[in-house]
Design a protein around this ligand. Structure first.
Ligand SMILES: *Cc1c(COP(=O)(O)O)cnc(C)c1O
Length: 396
């Protein structure tokens, strides 16, 4: 039995009727740019995440670009983030003319390590004239951007405390983490996208909440900031054909908004199914005696008893001889993938940053050892056993 890494047709079957009804209404209206469907989705995402404001965008990447532009981040500036993430995180920092400053990850969670962030801000940077850190290259640090990788929120209390000390905004890269909960030290449950000053989601089709193409969303705390992002999203245009700023076309299609609005009410059930699959993987790996060779993902906030403490956008394990295992799994018809094979500090396009192998050892080790297994909600227990049995054969 072949097990795909992801099969979106099964999800579509669940929402098809409602979606086609909504798409029918939109087609009759022939109003495809922004409008009511986009506002409806923005309101629903705002309510779902508990953020202050939500602004639809053409992709996650464009959402981040709009955030950085609205913060006025550019030449002479720097943003601190992780090298173990999808390219867009650092790509956007570079695109606005700023320097991506990398901080290594925690080995267990794959998320930005707060201790290494502290070391970066205190020791690797010097203190600038306004007390904010300045990088070795002479750029002013303007923001900290943790990435909630694979659907688990970063240690935001510790990151937030450092951000406060150095008077820096936190931008959450929540591209993979819509719906993920975080048990804040204050006793409050916070949701990804509602923790930092600004944040963004990606609705790329394979994300937990996926559009029928590219789509994304900015979320933020302050109304003024939301107004800036809204302006930049539409070429900086206030009154029609009067441009206050130079923005871009970062608009969310009404078509995608309709698709996403039909899916959003199912998201918590899909998250629950993903977590159920993760729990079954653990049972099966344990039964097969593989826990000494396969390192399973951790759930750092499980004890807090929140439903969505991990939304498993990806189910990523570590295995020895990863590339051999990956080839054998593929040959056995088991879908798997490597997120991400090359950490960003070693990407060709960032050669000018002057990094070398060994600079961020945990990110490099994760790039060598990690392997994503199928986790999508509609996966059956038989399919999960097929995956674990295949791994047992390969590792025997
Ligand atoms: C998907 C993703 C993005 C980019 O989102 P797009 O919608 O594809 O532009 C950015 N960061 C991370 C971590 C992602 O997973």
């Amino acid at each position: 039995m072949a097990v795909p890494l992801l099969d979106l047709r099964l999800q579509y079957a669940q929402v098809k009727e409602e979606m086609q009804r909504r798409l029918g209404v939109l087609c009759e209206s022939q109003q495809f740019i922004l409008g009511v469907p986009v506002v409806e989705l923005e309101t629903a995402v705002r309510d779902y995440t508990g953020c202050g404001h939500a602004i639809g965008a053409s992709s996650g990447t464009d959402a981040l670009l709009a955030i950085l532009m609205a913060m006025g981040i550019g030449r002479g500036d720097a943003v601190v983030t992780t090298p173990y993430t999808f390219f867009a995180t650092a790509g956007c920092i570079h695109r606005v003319g700023a320097e991506p400053v990398f901080v290594d990850i925690d080995a267990a969670t794959y998320n930005l390590d707060p201790a290494k962030l502290e070391e970066c801000l205190r020791k690797k940077c010097r203190s600038g004239p306004d007390g904010r850190p300045v990088t070795a290259a002479g750029n002013r640090v303007r923001a900290i951007m943790p990435v909630h990788l694979f659907g688990c929120v970063c240690e935001m209390d510790r990151i937030g405390a450092l951000a406060k000390e150095f008077d820096l905004p936190v931008i959450e890269d929540a591209a993979q983490a819509i719906g993920a909960d975080y048990p804040s030290r204050t006793g409050q449950t916070l949701r990804a996208g509602a923790i930092g000053e600004a944040s963004y989601f990606s609705f790329f089709p394979s994300k937990n909440l996926g559009a029928f193409g590219d789509a994304g969303m900015v979320t933020c705390r302050e109304a003024d900031f939301a107004a800036q992002v809204t302006l930049l999203r539409n070429h900086g245009m206030g009154a029609q054909y009067h441009h206050e700023k130079v923005g871009g076309n970062f608009r969310l299609d009404a078509l995608q908004a309709v698709v996403l609005s039909a899916k959003l009410p199912h998201l918590d059930a899909w998250h629950a199914a993903r977590r159920g699959n993760a729990a079954l993987y653990r049972v099966e790996f344990e039964k097969l005696g593989l826990l000494d060779r396969v390192t399973l993902p951790v759930e750092p906030y499980a004890a807090a008893g929140l439903a969505n403490h991990h939304v498993y956008h990806q189910y990523v394990v570590r295995v020895p001889e990863r590339d051999r295992v990956r080839e054998k799994l593929a040959a056995a018809g088991i879908g798997c993938a490597v997120y991400y094979p090359v950490p960003l500090h070693l990407q060709e396009c960032f050669a000018s940053l002057g990094h070398a192998e060994g600079d961020f050892p945990e990110s490099e080790r994760a790039a060598r050892e990690s392997l994503a297994l199928p986790i999508y909600p509609e996966l059956t227990p038989e399919q999960i056993r097929e995956v674990t049995a295949a791994l047992a054969r390969i590792l025997a």
